[in-house]
Design a protein around this ligand. Sequence first.
Ligand code: NI
Length: 213
Amino acid sequence: MLIPIHGVLSADEVQLLRERLDSAAWQDGTATAGTVARHVKRNEQLDDADPVAVELGNAIVRRLGEHPLFISAALPAKIYPPKFNRYADGGTYGAHVDSAIMQVPGTQVSVRTDLSATLFLADPEAYDGGALEIEGPFGIQPVKLAAGDMVLYPSSSLHRVTPVTRGARVAAFFWIESMVRDEGERSLLFDLDQSIQALQHTLPPDDPQILKL
Ligand code: NI
C-alpha cells in the first residue's frame, strides 16, 4: 500500500532546507548502493556524516514524531536517519528493492526496513522525469508529489526513479522499522484508526460505534 502524507513540511520550511542543501557537498551516490543496485544507480547524495545532512535529518525526524498520520500509518519503532539525494542531468535509479536490514552508520543499531519513505524537496514543476515508480499488486504506480509531501511504501516493493531530463529532483529518503511487521495487520490498524479519527468529527467521543472501533 502506498500512503501519501501531505504537508510534512511547509513551503517556507522546504525553502529553508533547500537553501542549505543546494550549497551542500553532494557526492556520487554509486558508492552507497548494494552490489545489485550499483549497476543501476546514478545520482548524488550527501555523506551520512555531513553536518548539514545530520541537522536537517534530525529536524525531519522531529517533525514526523508529531505527525499523527505518519504515526498512524507507520507505527514506527525505529526511523533510519534521513539521507538526501539529488537527481539531475539524466540521473536515474533503475529497478531495485531496498536492503532488508540497514545498519545505522557509526552505531550498533540496525533497522529492519518495513517501510521506505521519500520526502519530496523539489516542486514537480522544477524538473521533468524523476518519478518514483513503485510496483504493487495493481501494477506500476508513478509518484511525484509536491515539495514537502512524503510517500510511504513497503520496502519489499520493486521501485525505480525515472531519468531527470530537466532541472533537479531533490529528496530525503529513509526507512522505518514498524512496531507491526506484517503489512496486512499494519494496514488494518491504520484503517481502523483513520475511521475513528474521521468519526470523531461527526459523533461524540463516547459514541458506542467509536468505542467499538
Ligand atoms: Ni530504493
